[in-house]
Write a protein that binds this ligand. Structure first.
Ligand SMILES: [Zn+2]
Length: 348
């Protein structure tokens, strides 16, 4: 019975999507993005948000869950160097055989019935009667429809993700992205901040990959920013606190995951801001702790080296993580903040 109800709901959803599209086509004012932004990146985000809102309206899946899946797929497209369609708004990627069905002799099949017959995933979300894996609406709707088949509450979402990806890292990442989008109710979250206030005294140079760094890393996986004890340490990104606590090398350290799947690692802090805890969503410039010299021993060990912030960045390939040089990013964020102070960010 539950299955039948679900099927009914899906059938209704398909009708709804067609109606919605028809309504939009008939009324150009309706299909236009809410505020036509001038710059191309903002326009892309507005159009993408519009797609999420449409599919959310017909499936009941919150837009930020759809956005989180799409963004996760975008990071995987980059990490795995998967082909990206020209002008694609949606990054959700289906290999040919998965879309049309593994035994389907027609690898370019767009016929909804034969795709279903061969057990392919492809669905028609755009209402043109074709399941086109290169169509944004079809790709997004196909994913939404699959997730919807598990139900609409928070646990159902996790189960759907697990069934689809069969990988707990993917599930964790998408839930993190979802929390970040939900907290800010926006897709425009690419701004970064320098980890120390620009008016503090600090010094840093490119030390990534050096054979020896302060704090016992075998190769130095980060940049050391020297500053006095107690200088505020700030989040460099929109992100979520993934780890927080003591680590034998890093001392009091915080790890923040951003929407590119990048892990930002802040080590040797003298302490944490009382305002933040694991799982909290942060904005760039938000204070997370203070520069110190903790680490290189049992919990509480301090002063084995001069106070500094060790800042590392790690890229997530889906299965593994590797360190890359934060120095060029730090320089860029520093310059950006000189031009446009972080205080001018909307306070949200
Ligand atoms: Zn270091």
């Amino acid at each position: 019975m539950k299955q039948m109800l679900l099927q009914c709901r899906i059938a209704l959803s398909v009708i709804a999507v067609y109606t919605l599209i028809a309504a939009c086509a008939a009324c150009p004012a309706l299909s236009a993005a809410p505020s036509a932004p001038a710059n191309p990146a903002a326009k892309t985000l507005a159009e993408r948000k519009d797609l999420f809102d449409k599919v959310s309206a017909i499936t009941g899946i919150p837009w930020y869950n759809l956005a989180a899946i799409d963004q996760y797929e975008r990071t995987m497209n980059l990490a795995k160097k998967r082909p990206i369609r020209d002008g694609a708004l949606i990054a959700i990627y289906y290999p040919e055989a998965e879309w049309v069905g593994y035994l389907n002799p027609d690898h370019e099949d767009q016929n909804v019935r034969s795709i279903a017959f061969f057990g392919g995933r492809g669905k028609d979300g755009s209402g043109d009667g074709l399941a086109n894996r290169n169509n944004d609406m079809d790709a997004l709707y196909t994913m939404a429809d699959y997730i919807l088949s598990f139900g609409t509450n928070r646990d159902d979402f996790s189960i759907g993700l697990w069934e689809y990806y069969q990988n707990s890292r993917s599930v964790e990442r998408i839930q993190q992205f979802s929390a970040i989008y939900a907290a800010f109710d926006s897709l425009d979250l690419s701004r970064h901040a320098f980890p120390l206030p620009l008016n503090a005294e600090y010094a840093y140079r490119s030390t990534w990959g050096a054979s020896r760094g302060w704090g016992g890393f075998r190769i130095h996986e980060g940049t050391d920013l020297f500053a006095n004890h107690g200088v505020p340490v700030r989040s460099t990104c929109y992100g979520i606190i993934e780890e927080m606590g003591w680590n034998p090398y890093g001392g009091w350290r915080i790890g923040i995951r951003d929407l590119n799947g990048t892990y930002h690692y802040f080590a040797h802090l003298s302490g944490f801001s009382k305002q933040v805890k694991t799982g909290d969503v942060l904005k760039p410039g938000q204070v997370i702790g203070w520069v110190g010299s903790s680490g290189y021993g049992k919990p509480g060990t301090q002063g084995k080296f001069p106070p500094h912030l060790h800042y590392g960045m790690y890229r997530d390939s889906g299965l593994a993580e590797w360190s890359f040089d934060p120095y060029p990013h730090l320089r860029r964020w520093e310059r950006e903040e000189e031009r446009a102070p972080i205080k001018s960010l909307k306070d949200k």
